[in-house]
Design a protein around this ligand. Structure first.
Ligand code: KIV
Length: 268
């Protein structure tokens, strides 16, 4: 693991060296600290925040103010990883000007290193203008959770030859527009492999198989903290929900039995 600050050019070099990129989400100071200390390369303050932190059914409700608040908290913790802010639903789709203004808020108010924008070729002009203004952009293709109502759910995307070609065209267009990397969500592994081979910028997969240049997951899923549902593509590296409940039950029992606090935990 390099101790060097992760930058946009460094991520492109990692792809050229075939060095895999590890990314996770964080929404607060504690998780920002833990992930940065663990050596993750990219921390995304994802709009998944609306689901795992705020309990909504999808990501659509996250506001700009909420997203900026969470980015500021994570920023205070993170010194090495590249910090990416997910642009909330309708913060970038209305006009290029509005997208620039909202992307700018993340850089000015939360000092992020990059923003992420969902969408294909239609977003290319927005990506180009952000990049020209000095704001690095990560694209997001395949399953785009902000379009869940249009897509009718969280189903596998690019599952026909036609859709796969379309996705590849979108990816090339976003690369030409200056995106520094692309998230590929819930698409067949073979489609992700072809896209990854065609692009000079790194692809970061989530439910997109092993051929991407990097992988991202929602940290609450990885740690087994979010029990509402578990997509097939998640690997759980801990069972924190059970551990947390067990610890809390022990605390409750101790309080009820007057076994906490003891002498050492009191000011005598
Ligand atoms: O919001 C999110 O967490 C994402 C993923 C890529 C993990 O967009």
């Amino acid at each position: 693991m390099t101790a060097k600050k992760i930058t946009v050019p460094l991520l492109k070099e990692m792809k050229a060296r075939k060095e895999r990129i590890a990314a996770l989400t964080a929404y607060d100071y504690v998780f920002g600290t833990l992930l940065d200390e663990a050596g993750i390369e990219i921390i995304l303050v994802g709009d998944s925040c609306a689901m795992v932190v705020s309990g909504h059914e999808n990501t659509l409700s996250l506001t700009m103010d909420e997203a900026v608040y969470h980015c500021r908290a994570v920023r205070r913790a993170v010194s090495r990883a590249l910090l990416v802010a997910d642009m909330p639903f309708l913060s970038f789709q209305i006009s290029v000007e509005e997208a620039l203004r909202n992307a700018g808020r993340f850089f000015k108010e939360a000092d992020v290193d990059a923003v992420k924008i969902e969408g294909g070729a239609l977003m290319a002009e927005t990506v180009r203008r952000c990049v020209e203004a000095g704001m690095p952009v990560m694209g997001h293709l395949g399953l785009r959770p902000q379009s869940v109502k249009q897509l009718g759910g969280f189903a596998l995307q690019a599952n026909s030859q036609e859709d796969a070609h379309h996705l590849l065209d979108d990816a090339l267009e976003l690369e030409r527009a200056g995106a520094f990397s692309l998230v590929l969500e819930k698409i067949p592994a073979e489609v992700a492999r072809q896209v990854t081979n065609k692009l000079a910028i790194p692809t970061i997969g989530i439910g997109a198989g092993p051929h991407c240049d990097g992988q991202i997951l929602v940290t609450h899923d990885v740690l087994g903290m979010f029990e509402k549902f578990q997509p097939k593509f998640v690997r759980r590296y801990a069972e924190m929900a059970g551990d947390i409940k067990t610890a809390c039950k022990k605390y409750i029992d101790d309080v009820k039995a007057n076994a906490f606090p003891n002498k050492d935990e009191s000011y005598l």
